[in-house]
Write a protein that binds this ligand. Structure first.
Ligand code: NAG
Ligand code: NAG
Length: 473
Protein backbone atom coordinates (compact mmCIF):
# COMPACT_ATOMS: atom_id res chain seq x y z
CA UNK A 1 0.00 0.00 0.00
CA UNK A 2 2.88 2.35 0.87
CA UNK A 3 4.31 2.00 -2.60
CA UNK A 4 0.93 2.50 -4.23
CA UNK A 5 0.33 5.63 -2.25
CA UNK A 6 3.81 6.75 -3.18
CA UNK A 7 2.87 6.38 -6.84
CA UNK A 8 -0.30 8.31 -6.35
CA UNK A 9 1.59 11.13 -4.70
CA UNK A 10 3.95 11.27 -7.65
CA UNK A 11 0.96 11.43 -9.98
CA UNK A 12 -0.56 14.12 -7.80
CA UNK A 13 2.61 16.10 -8.03
CA UNK A 14 2.66 15.75 -11.78
CA UNK A 15 -0.98 16.41 -12.57
CA UNK A 16 -2.17 18.39 -9.59
CA UNK A 17 -5.85 17.65 -10.23
CA UNK A 18 -5.57 13.88 -9.81
CA UNK A 19 -8.34 12.74 -7.54
CA UNK A 20 -7.69 9.95 -5.07
CA UNK A 21 -10.91 8.07 -4.56
CA UNK A 22 -11.17 4.87 -2.55
CA UNK A 23 -7.52 4.07 -3.19
CA UNK A 24 -8.07 0.39 -2.60
CA UNK A 25 -6.08 -2.15 -4.61
CA UNK A 26 -9.30 -3.96 -5.60
CA UNK A 27 -10.93 -0.95 -7.23
CA UNK A 28 -9.44 -1.24 -10.70
CA UNK A 29 -10.83 -4.77 -11.13
CA UNK A 30 -14.30 -3.96 -9.85
CA UNK A 31 -16.25 -1.89 -12.33
CA UNK A 32 -17.49 1.50 -11.06
CA UNK A 33 -21.12 0.76 -11.78
CA UNK A 34 -20.86 -2.51 -9.89
CA UNK A 35 -19.29 -0.72 -6.89
CA UNK A 36 -22.26 1.64 -6.84
CA UNK A 37 -24.74 -1.24 -6.93
CA UNK A 38 -22.86 -2.96 -4.10
CA UNK A 39 -23.00 0.20 -2.02
CA UNK A 40 -26.74 0.38 -2.61
CA UNK A 41 -27.87 -3.24 -2.27
CA UNK A 42 -24.86 -5.28 -1.19
CA UNK A 43 -25.02 -7.89 -3.96
CA UNK A 44 -25.30 -8.11 -7.74
CA UNK A 45 -25.40 -10.46 -10.70
CA UNK A 46 -21.90 -10.28 -12.08
CA UNK A 47 -19.67 -11.12 -15.03
CA UNK A 48 -16.13 -12.08 -14.10
CA UNK A 49 -13.55 -11.68 -16.89
CA UNK A 50 -10.47 -13.89 -16.93
CA UNK A 51 -7.11 -12.25 -17.43
CA UNK A 52 -6.26 -14.54 -20.38
CA UNK A 53 -9.19 -13.18 -22.37
CA UNK A 54 -9.79 -14.36 -25.93
CA UNK A 55 -8.11 -11.64 -27.99
CA UNK A 56 -5.04 -13.61 -29.12
CA UNK A 57 -7.20 -16.55 -30.23
CA UNK A 58 -9.57 -14.32 -32.20
CA UNK A 59 -6.65 -12.51 -33.86
CA UNK A 60 -4.96 -15.75 -34.81
CA UNK A 61 -8.07 -17.43 -36.24
CA UNK A 62 -9.25 -14.29 -38.06
CA UNK A 63 -6.09 -14.44 -40.15
CA UNK A 64 -6.31 -18.14 -40.91
CA UNK A 65 -8.03 -19.73 -43.88
CA UNK A 66 -10.22 -22.80 -43.55
CA UNK A 67 -11.64 -25.16 -46.14
CA UNK A 68 -15.20 -24.77 -44.88
CA UNK A 69 -17.40 -22.72 -42.55
CA UNK A 70 -17.79 -25.78 -40.31
CA UNK A 71 -14.06 -26.15 -39.94
CA UNK A 72 -13.78 -22.49 -39.00
CA UNK A 73 -16.51 -22.54 -36.32
CA UNK A 74 -15.15 -25.83 -35.00
CA UNK A 75 -11.63 -24.39 -34.69
CA UNK A 76 -13.04 -21.35 -32.92
CA UNK A 77 -15.15 -23.47 -30.59
CA UNK A 78 -12.24 -25.78 -29.77
CA UNK A 79 -9.82 -22.95 -29.08
CA UNK A 80 -12.24 -20.88 -26.99
CA UNK A 81 -13.57 -23.76 -24.91
CA UNK A 82 -10.02 -25.00 -24.24
CA UNK A 83 -9.02 -21.49 -23.20
CA UNK A 84 -12.05 -21.13 -20.91
CA UNK A 85 -11.38 -24.50 -19.26
CA UNK A 86 -7.76 -23.61 -18.72
CA UNK A 87 -8.29 -20.15 -17.31
CA UNK A 88 -11.51 -20.76 -15.36
CA UNK A 89 -11.03 -24.18 -13.76
CA UNK A 90 -9.46 -22.86 -10.57
CA UNK A 91 -12.22 -20.32 -9.98
CA UNK A 92 -14.99 -22.73 -10.99
CA UNK A 93 -13.68 -25.45 -8.66
CA UNK A 94 -13.49 -22.91 -5.89
CA UNK A 95 -17.09 -21.77 -6.51
CA UNK A 96 -18.25 -25.38 -6.45
CA UNK A 97 -16.84 -26.05 -2.98
CA UNK A 98 -19.71 -26.39 -0.49
CA UNK A 99 -17.73 -24.54 2.18
CA UNK A 100 -17.21 -21.56 -0.13
CA UNK A 101 -20.86 -21.50 -1.12
CA UNK A 102 -21.78 -21.62 2.55
CA UNK A 103 -19.56 -18.75 3.57
CA UNK A 104 -20.31 -16.46 0.61
CA UNK A 105 -23.83 -17.55 -0.33
CA UNK A 106 -24.35 -16.95 -4.09
CA UNK A 107 -26.71 -18.21 -6.75
CA UNK A 108 -26.16 -20.09 -10.01
CA UNK A 109 -22.98 -19.60 -11.98
CA UNK A 110 -22.13 -20.27 -15.62
CA UNK A 111 -18.91 -20.60 -17.53
CA UNK A 112 -19.07 -18.52 -20.72
CA UNK A 113 -16.49 -19.66 -23.29
CA UNK A 114 -17.18 -17.14 -26.03
CA UNK A 115 -16.04 -14.27 -23.80
CA UNK A 116 -13.93 -16.23 -21.28
CA UNK A 117 -16.08 -15.05 -18.39
CA UNK A 118 -17.90 -16.57 -15.45
CA UNK A 119 -21.40 -15.29 -14.74
CA UNK A 120 -22.49 -15.46 -11.09
CA UNK A 121 -25.96 -14.66 -9.79
CA UNK A 122 -26.54 -12.90 -6.47
CA UNK A 123 -22.85 -12.36 -5.72
CA UNK A 124 -22.22 -10.63 -2.39
CA UNK A 125 -19.73 -7.84 -1.86
CA UNK A 126 -17.55 -10.25 0.12
CA UNK A 127 -17.49 -12.74 -2.74
CA UNK A 128 -16.71 -10.03 -5.27
CA UNK A 129 -13.88 -8.63 -3.19
CA UNK A 130 -12.42 -12.11 -2.74
CA UNK A 131 -12.64 -12.83 -6.47
CA UNK A 132 -10.93 -9.52 -7.20
CA UNK A 133 -7.90 -10.74 -5.28
CA UNK A 134 -7.48 -13.74 -7.57
CA UNK A 135 -4.65 -13.41 -10.00
CA UNK A 136 -6.42 -15.01 -12.96
CA UNK A 137 -9.29 -12.50 -12.83
CA UNK A 138 -8.93 -9.16 -14.60
CA UNK A 139 -12.31 -7.48 -14.27
CA UNK A 140 -15.66 -7.84 -12.54
CA UNK A 141 -18.69 -6.01 -13.88
CA UNK A 142 -22.41 -6.04 -13.33
CA UNK A 143 -24.61 -8.21 -15.52
CA UNK A 144 -26.72 -5.58 -17.24
CA UNK A 145 -30.25 -5.69 -18.55
CA UNK A 146 -30.87 -4.97 -22.23
CA UNK A 147 -34.24 -4.25 -23.74
CA UNK A 148 -35.79 -5.11 -27.04
CA UNK A 149 -35.84 -1.90 -29.06
CA UNK A 150 -39.41 -1.07 -28.07
CA UNK A 151 -41.74 -0.56 -31.00
CA UNK A 152 -42.95 3.00 -31.13
CA UNK A 153 -46.40 1.87 -32.10
CA UNK A 154 -47.94 -1.53 -32.47
CA UNK A 155 -51.37 -2.80 -33.31
CA UNK A 156 -52.94 -5.97 -34.48
CA UNK A 157 -54.65 -5.98 -37.80
CA UNK A 158 -56.54 -9.06 -36.72
CA UNK A 159 -56.47 -9.94 -40.36
CA UNK A 160 -56.79 -13.59 -41.14
CA UNK A 161 -57.28 -13.17 -44.83
CA UNK A 162 -54.57 -10.66 -45.62
CA UNK A 163 -54.22 -10.13 -49.31
CA UNK A 164 -51.01 -11.53 -50.62
CA UNK A 165 -49.11 -8.40 -51.62
CA UNK A 166 -45.52 -7.37 -51.13
CA UNK A 167 -45.18 -5.20 -48.02
CA UNK A 168 -44.02 -1.64 -48.65
CA UNK A 169 -40.61 -2.14 -47.05
CA UNK A 170 -39.89 -5.23 -49.11
CA UNK A 171 -40.78 -3.32 -52.27
CA UNK A 172 -38.95 -0.16 -51.21
CA UNK A 173 -35.60 -1.96 -50.94
CA UNK A 174 -36.26 -3.69 -54.30
CA UNK A 175 -36.33 -7.26 -53.01
CA UNK A 176 -38.88 -8.38 -55.67
CA UNK A 177 -36.38 -7.34 -58.33
CA UNK A 178 -33.89 -9.80 -56.83
CA UNK A 179 -36.48 -12.60 -56.53
CA UNK A 180 -37.18 -12.18 -60.25
CA UNK A 181 -33.67 -13.42 -60.97
CA UNK A 182 -34.30 -16.50 -58.82
CA UNK A 183 -32.43 -15.39 -55.72
CA UNK A 184 -34.65 -15.73 -52.66
CA UNK A 185 -32.27 -16.70 -49.88
CA UNK A 186 -32.00 -20.44 -50.50
CA UNK A 187 -29.05 -22.06 -48.72
CA UNK A 188 -28.79 -19.35 -46.07
CA UNK A 189 -29.67 -19.66 -42.38
CA UNK A 190 -30.51 -16.56 -40.38
CA UNK A 191 -30.53 -16.47 -36.59
CA UNK A 192 -32.82 -14.38 -34.41
CA UNK A 193 -31.78 -13.29 -30.92
CA UNK A 194 -35.04 -11.91 -29.61
CA UNK A 195 -38.15 -12.90 -27.62
CA UNK A 196 -38.48 -16.18 -29.56
CA UNK A 197 -40.56 -17.02 -32.61
CA UNK A 198 -43.99 -18.60 -33.15
CA UNK A 199 -42.76 -21.46 -35.32
CA UNK A 200 -46.17 -22.50 -36.64
CA UNK A 201 -47.12 -19.15 -38.16
CA UNK A 202 -48.15 -19.66 -41.77
CA UNK A 203 -45.49 -17.34 -43.20
CA UNK A 204 -42.71 -18.84 -41.03
CA UNK A 205 -43.27 -22.56 -40.51
CA UNK A 206 -41.89 -23.79 -43.85
CA UNK A 207 -38.64 -21.89 -43.24
CA UNK A 208 -37.95 -23.14 -39.72
CA UNK A 209 -34.90 -25.41 -39.63
CA UNK A 210 -36.80 -27.40 -36.96
CA UNK A 211 -34.15 -29.94 -36.14
CA UNK A 212 -32.73 -30.71 -32.68
CA UNK A 213 -30.36 -27.71 -32.93
CA UNK A 214 -32.56 -24.82 -34.03
CA UNK A 215 -33.85 -23.38 -30.75
CA UNK A 216 -32.24 -22.36 -27.48
CA UNK A 217 -33.83 -20.63 -24.51
CA UNK A 218 -31.21 -19.78 -21.87
CA UNK A 219 -33.93 -18.66 -19.41
CA UNK A 220 -35.86 -21.93 -19.16
CA UNK A 221 -34.15 -24.37 -21.53
CA UNK A 222 -37.63 -24.93 -22.96
CA UNK A 223 -37.89 -27.63 -25.60
CA UNK A 224 -40.17 -26.04 -28.16
CA UNK A 225 -39.76 -22.69 -29.92
CA UNK A 226 -42.30 -20.08 -28.79
CA UNK A 227 -42.83 -16.34 -28.49
CA UNK A 228 -45.04 -14.89 -25.75
CA UNK A 229 -44.13 -11.30 -26.57
CA UNK A 230 -44.50 -10.89 -30.33
CA UNK A 231 -41.38 -8.87 -31.08
CA UNK A 232 -39.27 -11.82 -32.28
CA UNK A 233 -41.99 -13.32 -34.48
CA UNK A 234 -42.56 -9.95 -36.14
CA UNK A 235 -38.87 -9.38 -36.91
CA UNK A 236 -38.29 -12.87 -38.37
CA UNK A 237 -41.41 -12.37 -40.52
CA UNK A 238 -39.76 -9.33 -42.07
CA UNK A 239 -36.50 -11.19 -42.70
CA UNK A 240 -38.01 -14.15 -44.52
CA UNK A 241 -41.80 -14.46 -44.14
CA UNK A 242 -43.57 -15.94 -47.16
CA UNK A 243 -46.34 -14.18 -49.12
CA UNK A 244 -44.52 -10.87 -49.58
CA UNK A 245 -43.86 -10.22 -45.88
CA UNK A 246 -40.16 -11.03 -45.86
CA UNK A 247 -37.09 -10.00 -47.87
CA UNK A 248 -35.55 -13.47 -48.29
CA UNK A 249 -38.50 -15.90 -48.47
CA UNK A 250 -36.39 -19.01 -49.03
CA UNK A 251 -33.87 -18.45 -46.23
CA UNK A 252 -34.17 -20.69 -43.15
CA UNK A 253 -34.26 -19.56 -39.52
CA UNK A 254 -33.10 -20.67 -36.11
CA UNK A 255 -33.70 -18.70 -32.91
CA UNK A 256 -32.33 -18.08 -29.45
CA UNK A 257 -34.54 -16.52 -26.80
CA UNK A 258 -32.08 -13.88 -25.57
CA UNK A 259 -34.96 -11.69 -24.38
CA UNK A 260 -37.51 -12.94 -21.87
CA UNK A 261 -41.27 -12.71 -22.34
CA UNK A 262 -41.28 -9.14 -21.05
CA UNK A 263 -38.73 -8.12 -23.68
CA UNK A 264 -35.70 -7.60 -21.46
CA UNK A 265 -32.59 -9.75 -21.42
CA UNK A 266 -29.55 -10.18 -19.22
CA UNK A 267 -26.08 -9.78 -20.67
CA UNK A 268 -25.30 -13.35 -19.59
CA UNK A 269 -28.22 -14.85 -21.46
CA UNK A 270 -27.54 -12.74 -24.55
CA UNK A 271 -23.95 -14.02 -24.49
CA UNK A 272 -25.23 -17.60 -24.06
CA UNK A 273 -27.23 -16.98 -27.24
CA UNK A 274 -24.02 -15.72 -28.84
CA UNK A 275 -22.41 -19.08 -28.02
CA UNK A 276 -25.40 -21.00 -29.36
CA UNK A 277 -24.95 -19.27 -32.71
CA UNK A 278 -21.30 -20.27 -33.16
CA UNK A 279 -22.07 -23.97 -32.63
CA UNK A 280 -25.80 -24.60 -32.16
CA UNK A 281 -26.75 -27.02 -29.39
CA UNK A 282 -29.84 -28.96 -28.37
CA UNK A 283 -32.46 -27.24 -26.24
CA UNK A 284 -30.55 -28.03 -23.05
CA UNK A 285 -27.22 -26.75 -24.28
CA UNK A 286 -25.69 -30.13 -25.08
CA UNK A 287 -24.15 -31.61 -28.25
CA UNK A 288 -22.79 -28.48 -29.99
CA UNK A 289 -22.82 -28.93 -33.77
CA UNK A 290 -20.51 -26.52 -35.61
CA UNK A 291 -21.87 -27.55 -39.00
CA UNK A 292 -25.02 -25.55 -38.22
CA UNK A 293 -23.57 -22.05 -37.76
CA UNK A 294 -26.00 -19.46 -39.16
CA UNK A 295 -24.79 -16.87 -41.72
CA UNK A 296 -26.32 -13.71 -40.28
CA UNK A 297 -27.94 -12.67 -36.99
CA UNK A 298 -30.74 -10.19 -36.34
CA UNK A 299 -30.31 -8.19 -33.12
CA UNK A 300 -33.25 -5.86 -32.53
CA UNK A 301 -32.18 -5.15 -28.94
CA UNK A 302 -29.73 -2.99 -27.05
CA UNK A 303 -29.19 -0.57 -24.22
CA UNK A 304 -27.18 2.44 -23.13
CA UNK A 305 -24.57 3.72 -25.59
CA UNK A 306 -20.82 3.53 -25.35
CA UNK A 307 -20.34 0.08 -23.83
CA UNK A 308 -17.88 -2.61 -24.91
CA UNK A 309 -19.43 -5.55 -23.03
CA UNK A 310 -20.44 -7.38 -26.24
CA UNK A 311 -17.17 -6.82 -28.12
CA UNK A 312 -15.70 -10.28 -27.54
CA UNK A 313 -18.94 -11.97 -28.59
CA UNK A 314 -19.24 -9.83 -31.72
CA UNK A 315 -15.61 -10.46 -32.66
CA UNK A 316 -16.15 -14.21 -32.25
CA UNK A 317 -19.15 -13.95 -34.60
CA UNK A 318 -16.95 -12.23 -37.16
CA UNK A 319 -14.38 -15.00 -36.93
CA UNK A 320 -17.14 -17.63 -37.28
CA UNK A 321 -18.50 -15.86 -40.37
CA UNK A 322 -21.75 -14.72 -38.74
CA UNK A 323 -22.74 -11.23 -39.92
CA UNK A 324 -24.11 -9.13 -37.04
CA UNK A 325 -26.94 -6.74 -37.91
CA UNK A 326 -28.18 -4.50 -35.08
CA UNK A 327 -30.95 -1.90 -34.65
CA UNK A 328 -29.59 1.59 -34.05
CA UNK A 329 -32.21 2.31 -31.36
CA UNK A 330 -35.33 4.46 -31.01
CA UNK A 331 -33.82 7.43 -29.17
CA UNK A 332 -33.56 9.94 -32.03
CA UNK A 333 -33.38 12.62 -33.25
CA UNK A 334 -30.90 13.59 -30.52
CA UNK A 335 -27.27 13.33 -31.71
CA UNK A 336 -25.21 10.47 -30.22
CA UNK A 337 -28.24 8.34 -29.38
CA UNK A 338 -27.23 5.04 -31.02
CA UNK A 339 -27.30 2.27 -28.38
CA UNK A 340 -24.89 -0.59 -27.67
CA UNK A 341 -24.31 -2.97 -29.44
CA UNK A 342 -25.49 -0.88 -32.42
CA UNK A 343 -22.52 1.42 -31.88
CA UNK A 344 -19.93 -1.37 -32.19
CA UNK A 345 -18.41 -3.36 -35.08
CA UNK A 346 -21.72 -4.40 -36.65
CA UNK A 347 -24.03 -3.31 -39.45
CA UNK A 348 -26.09 -0.76 -37.56
CA UNK A 349 -29.48 0.08 -39.00
CA UNK A 350 -31.57 3.26 -38.82
CA UNK A 351 -35.22 3.50 -39.83
CA UNK A 352 -37.05 5.23 -42.70
CA UNK A 353 -40.73 5.86 -43.45
CA UNK A 354 -42.80 5.21 -46.55
CA UNK A 355 -42.70 8.99 -47.08
CA UNK A 356 -38.96 8.83 -47.69
CA UNK A 357 -37.74 10.42 -44.50
CA UNK A 358 -35.93 9.26 -41.41
CA UNK A 359 -38.39 7.85 -38.87
CA UNK A 360 -38.49 10.50 -36.15
CA UNK A 361 -37.49 7.97 -33.45
CA UNK A 362 -34.49 6.54 -35.31
CA UNK A 363 -31.27 6.92 -33.30
CA UNK A 364 -28.49 9.14 -34.56
CA UNK A 365 -24.67 9.15 -34.38
CA UNK A 366 -21.88 9.86 -33.86
CA UNK A 367 -21.04 7.21 -31.29
CA UNK A 368 -18.94 7.83 -28.21
CA UNK A 369 -16.22 5.88 -30.03
CA UNK A 370 -16.23 8.64 -32.65
CA UNK A 371 -17.66 6.51 -35.41
CA UNK A 372 -20.53 7.24 -37.78
CA UNK A 373 -23.62 5.14 -37.04
CA UNK A 374 -26.07 3.99 -38.29
CA UNK A 375 -24.24 2.40 -41.22
CA UNK A 376 -27.35 2.19 -43.38
CA UNK A 377 -31.09 2.72 -43.07
CA UNK A 378 -34.06 0.57 -44.02
CA UNK A 379 -37.85 0.73 -43.75
CA UNK A 380 -38.97 0.61 -40.10
CA UNK A 381 -42.16 2.65 -39.78
CA UNK A 382 -45.55 0.96 -40.08
CA UNK A 383 -44.28 -2.50 -40.94
CA UNK A 384 -46.77 -5.34 -41.13
CA UNK A 385 -45.55 -8.82 -40.23
CA UNK A 386 -46.44 -12.03 -38.40
CA UNK A 387 -48.27 -11.80 -35.09
CA UNK A 388 -47.40 -14.22 -32.27
CA UNK A 389 -50.91 -14.98 -31.06
CA UNK A 390 -52.24 -17.02 -33.95
CA UNK A 391 -50.82 -18.77 -36.99
CA UNK A 392 -52.63 -16.51 -39.40
CA UNK A 393 -52.77 -13.03 -37.89
CA UNK A 394 -50.53 -10.02 -38.44
CA UNK A 395 -49.58 -6.85 -36.65
CA UNK A 396 -48.09 -3.50 -37.54
CA UNK A 397 -45.10 -2.17 -35.63
CA UNK A 398 -42.67 0.75 -35.99
CA UNK A 399 -39.08 0.94 -34.80
CA UNK A 400 -35.49 0.36 -35.80
CA UNK A 401 -36.29 -3.18 -34.61
CA UNK A 402 -38.31 -3.44 -37.82
CA UNK A 403 -35.57 -1.85 -39.96
CA UNK A 404 -32.76 -4.26 -39.02
CA UNK A 405 -34.67 -7.35 -40.30
CA UNK A 406 -34.88 -5.80 -43.78
CA UNK A 407 -31.08 -5.62 -43.78
CA UNK A 408 -30.78 -9.18 -42.45
CA UNK A 409 -32.95 -10.35 -45.37
CA UNK A 410 -30.82 -8.34 -47.81
CA UNK A 411 -27.64 -9.93 -46.42
CA UNK A 412 -29.26 -13.37 -46.85
CA UNK A 413 -30.02 -12.58 -50.50
CA UNK A 414 -26.44 -11.47 -51.17
CA UNK A 415 -25.02 -14.56 -49.48
CA UNK A 416 -27.46 -16.79 -51.31
CA UNK A 417 -26.05 -15.44 -54.55
CA UNK A 418 -22.43 -15.59 -53.38
CA UNK A 419 -21.74 -17.44 -50.10
CA UNK A 420 -18.10 -16.33 -50.11
CA UNK A 421 -18.86 -12.66 -49.50
CA UNK A 422 -17.24 -11.32 -46.35
CA UNK A 423 -18.66 -8.94 -43.77
CA UNK A 424 -16.60 -6.07 -45.20
CA UNK A 425 -17.72 -6.80 -48.77
CA UNK A 426 -21.38 -7.07 -47.75
CA UNK A 427 -21.30 -3.84 -45.77
CA UNK A 428 -19.65 -2.13 -48.72
CA UNK A 429 -22.24 -3.48 -51.19
CA UNK A 430 -25.11 -2.29 -48.99
CA UNK A 431 -23.59 1.14 -48.37
CA UNK A 432 -22.29 1.92 -51.86
CA UNK A 433 -25.60 1.21 -53.59
CA UNK A 434 -27.95 2.66 -50.97
CA UNK A 435 -30.58 5.18 -52.11
CA UNK A 436 -30.07 8.76 -51.04
CA UNK A 437 -33.34 10.22 -52.31
CA UNK A 438 -34.53 10.77 -48.76
CA UNK A 439 -35.97 14.09 -47.64
CA UNK A 440 -33.55 15.86 -45.31
CA UNK A 441 -34.93 17.27 -42.06
CA UNK A 442 -32.29 19.97 -41.84
CA UNK A 443 -30.54 18.39 -38.88
CA UNK A 444 -26.83 18.43 -38.11
CA UNK A 445 -24.73 16.23 -35.89
CA UNK A 446 -21.02 16.72 -35.42
CA UNK A 447 -21.09 19.37 -38.18
CA UNK A 448 -22.47 16.91 -40.73
CA UNK A 449 -25.81 17.77 -42.30
CA UNK A 450 -28.39 15.09 -43.00
CA UNK A 451 -28.45 16.04 -46.67
CA UNK A 452 -24.80 15.08 -47.21
CA UNK A 453 -24.12 11.36 -47.42
CA UNK A 454 -22.92 9.51 -45.46
CA UNK A 455 -24.32 11.21 -42.35
CA UNK A 456 -25.12 10.43 -38.74
CA UNK A 457 -28.87 10.32 -39.37
CA UNK A 458 -29.22 7.84 -42.21
CA UNK A 459 -25.74 6.41 -42.66
CA UNK A 460 -25.08 5.80 -46.37
CA UNK A 461 -28.80 5.88 -47.13
CA UNK A 462 -31.65 3.40 -47.43
CA UNK A 463 -30.49 0.02 -48.72
CA UNK A 464 -31.40 -0.97 -52.29
CA UNK A 465 -30.77 -4.70 -52.58
CA UNK A 466 -31.64 -4.58 -56.29
CA UNK A 467 -28.69 -2.31 -56.98
CA UNK A 468 -26.36 -4.10 -54.54
CA UNK A 469 -27.15 -7.42 -56.20
CA UNK A 470 -26.70 -5.99 -59.69
CA UNK A 471 -23.22 -4.89 -58.67
CA UNK A 472 -22.40 -8.53 -57.90
CA UNK A 473 -23.19 -9.78 -61.38
C1 NAG B 1 -41.17 -29.43 -36.08
O1 NAG B 1 -40.91 -30.82 -36.02
C2 NAG B 1 -41.73 -31.50 -35.09
C3 NAG B 1 -41.23 -32.93 -34.97
O2 NAG B 1 -41.03 -33.47 -36.22
C4 NAG B 1 -43.18 -31.41 -35.55
O3 NAG B 1 -44.03 -32.09 -34.66
C5 NAG B 1 -43.58 -29.93 -35.63
O4 NAG B 1 -44.87 -29.78 -36.14
C6 NAG B 1 -42.60 -29.16 -36.51
N1 NAG B 1 -42.87 -27.73 -36.39
C7 NAG B 1 -43.09 -26.96 -37.44
C8 NAG B 1 -43.32 -25.54 -37.16
O5 NAG B 1 -43.08 -27.35 -38.57
C1 NAG C 1 -30.44 -33.01 -22.52
O1 NAG C 1 -31.53 -33.56 -23.21
C2 NAG C 1 -31.31 -34.86 -23.69
C3 NAG C 1 -32.48 -35.26 -24.56
O2 NAG C 1 -33.70 -35.13 -23.87
C4 NAG C 1 -31.06 -35.81 -22.53
O3 NAG C 1 -30.80 -37.11 -23.00
C5 NAG C 1 -29.87 -35.31 -21.72
O4 NAG C 1 -29.71 -36.09 -20.58
C6 NAG C 1 -30.05 -33.84 -21.32
N1 NAG C 1 -28.80 -33.36 -20.75
C7 NAG C 1 -28.76 -32.54 -19.72
C8 NAG C 1 -27.38 -32.13 -19.31
O5 NAG C 1 -29.74 -32.11 -19.16
Amino acid sequence: MGIRLGNIFILLALFGTFIVSGSCALEPKIDKRLSKTLERVGYANILVSMKDGTRDILNELAGKSFSSRTERSQALYNALTARATHSQSHTLNWLEEPAILKSFNYGKFYSLWITNQIAIEFASRELIETLALMNEISRIQEDEIEELVHPVDSHSTNAESIQVVNQWGVTEIRAPQVWASDTRGAGITIASIDTGVRPTHVILSANYVNDTHSWYDPYDESEVAHDRNGHGTHTVGTVLGRNGFGVAPEAKWIACKGLSDTGSGTTTNLIRCGQFLVCPTTFNGTDPDCSKTPHVVCNSWGGASGRTVYDEMIEAWHVAGIIPVVSAGNSGPRCSSVGTPGDRDVISVGSTTSDNTRSSFSSVGPTSFNTMKPDVSAPGSTIMSADHRFDNTYSIKSGTSMAAPHVVGAVALLLSKNPDLTYVQIKHLLQSYADRDLDPEGYNCDFISDNAFPNHHLGYGRINIGRSMAALN
